[in-house]
Design a protein around this ligand. Structure first.
Ligand code: GTP
Ligand code: MG
Length: 136
């Protein structure tokens, strides 16, 4: 099975959607939460996480938004969880995301799109090391 790094972004925490989003993840057959933490992210952690976007016009506002309040960081484990979480989240732009997906149901703003989920096995391995370095 696979592991993915999930972040419930500050908008999701502020709007009281932690339970709703975690509930959807928990209800997927066989998926489990292997680690979970409410925390504030510093600039250094975020630069490692979103380094691929450095220099893009949305990068600085994204960094600010991601530090505007706590996030829920978690490790989700299970069958095809990387692809599955991207499907559950929906596309980056919540207006383009289908109803039924997390972004499609709750989002309107591209930056404030509620959830991050690793986009590949390579990303997952890299991101898990950043957020949960002690995980076996
Ligand atoms: P993450 O799971 O957060 O990485 O989202 P993603 O993989 O769907 O999108 P991507 O990695 O391309 O972009 C990272 C984040 O930057 C997105 O989730 C958005 O919050 C933000 N973002 C990406 N593209 C844009 C954009 O064109 N405009 C704005 N305002 N924000 C963007
Ligand atoms: Mg991404």
């Amino acid at each position: 099975s696979q592991r993915s790094l999930v972040l419930l972004k500050p908008d999701a925490v502020r709007r009281g959607l932690i339970g709703e989003i975690i509930g959807r993840i928990e209800r997927k057959a066989g998926w489990t939460i292997a680690a979970l933490e409410l925390r504030e992210l510093d600039q250094d952690t975020l630069e490692q996480h979103y380094g691929e976007h450095k220099g893009k016009p949305f990068y600085e506002p994204l960094m600010g938004f991601m530090q505007s309040g706590p996030v829920v960081a978690m490790v989700v484990e299970g069958e095809r969880v990387i692809e599955g979480l991207r499907t559950l989240a929906g596309p980056t732009d919540p207006i383009a995301a289908a109803p039924g997906s997390i972004r499609g149901d709750y989002g309107t703003i591209v930056r404030e799109n509620l959830i991050h989920a690793s986009d590949s096995e390579e990303s997952a391995a890299r991101e898990l090391k950043i957020f949960f370095p002690g995980l076996v």
